[in-house]
Ligand binder design. Sequence first.
Ligand code: GLC
Length: 519
Amino acid sequence: MGSDKTMFGSHAATEGERLVASTWWQRAVVYQVYPRSFADGNGDGVGDLLGLIERLDHLAWLGVDAVWISPVFRSPMADFGYDVADYCDIDPLFGDLATIDRLIADAHARDIKVLLDWVPNHTSDQHPWFLESRRDRTNPKADWYVWRDRTANNWLTAFNSGQPAWTYDEQRGQYYLHCFLAQQPDLNWDHPQVQDAMLDTLRFWLDRGVDGFRMDVIHLIAKHLDEDDPADFASKKYSHVPANDVPEVHPRLRRIRSVLDSYPGDRVSVGEVYLLDEERMAAYYGSGDELHLSFNFPFVWSQFRADDLRHRISRTLDILRPRGAWPTWVLSNHDVPRHRTRYGGDEALARIAAAMLLTLPGTPFLYQGEELGLHEAEIPHDRIVDPGLRDGCRAPLPWAIGRHHGWPSDPWLPFPPDADAHSVEAQHLDEDSMLHWYRHLMQVRRRTPQLHTLDLEWVDLGADVLAYRRGGVLVVLNMSSVTVDLPGIVVPLASSIRGLEGLHITSVAPLAAVVAVPA
Ligand code: GLC
């Protein structure tokens, strides 16, 4: 042990400036707000924009640089906002345009950027465009959606319902395509007017001052309808129609990119490219002219084991860095069970995961509540509301100790387990809490320029230890049950075992994380 040479290959900086963060979104920690469950400002049991505004000071204290807010547009809520009936208005459940203007201004006043969630693949079946389109076969929007006399392929809807992705519409006398619920008809992106109309919705929000967008299932905006899905499609956990990773998507992404780039201030796009292969995902960055960022789903689904993580991280860096593409790292979101629970529930592992997420080369995305160490909520059968059964990760944030946990009334879903102990109030008081651990890691990240590059060199400290150097900074994530000796004497900037910061150490305890510089 003790050698910097590695058996895992290295990621030394070789391409000069491209590997160092030069924009805010390359340096940022982005925090996903699932607004229904974040904070309730009007007391109706559902979180809203006012609630978020009231908690901005907390997010500033925590140290996040940007928030991505899951959809708040007008919606019948069949898919909890991912079925949009008006891209240019706020659903009354969440507030109104004046409230979001205030949110953007108040966030900016605290140096927090605001990303909205743009849902380009489909609208709600209540969107005026669809109401018009379904009327007959000759109306001006007749071809804005995907209509066929017969189901054109074997595609099933997402969420594993086993339902065909085609539904017959009596009024129009044809089938329409919906990769998700029947209430979410797919737009026909082959139609130039659809593209223009959707780009206008981006401009609407860019003009209002938003800093960018998370782009929902963006790989689906081009499709080969004549290709059937492979036979095993229905057995996939949470998937999207795989016949959609097609070349026509790229010119469309370039049009989207040029809209964002025509605005000042480095507006950003981060795509939900739900493809479980880094190589295919990488193509969505284009040559710096498509997505700015793309979510890394193979990493989300990695086993929480040093060898698997090392493999996924290496592959991501090997594929993205030569393209000059900036990686993202995410462990949880509103669609997957919380990673704390997926990794077995252990608090020490959750602390290691946080140290990893906040020290990897690229932009980390946190999902609300992971900084509280929340477990997946157990939802009684009669309270399940999501057609995709994702309620457990969407449970409300516990803000306070006691009844309703800081919510004005009983919220729409049950709280996660041990909500008092996991509450913001309880953890704020406890410097040793998960909340303080996340905050401290973000502070270290912010003031450590070595963490703002794409430089990473593996350090071999044993099979169950994920260890890497970022410039002169050593990160050791000991996932084993034995103490590991370090290559030399180091001084922790952050240590999951309290009291070690600033001291000289030569080893890392089992299930502990250390971010350190040489003594
Ligand atoms: C994305 C969203 C998910 C939604 C689906 C349909 O995967 O993250 O929540 O149900 O798209 O819009």
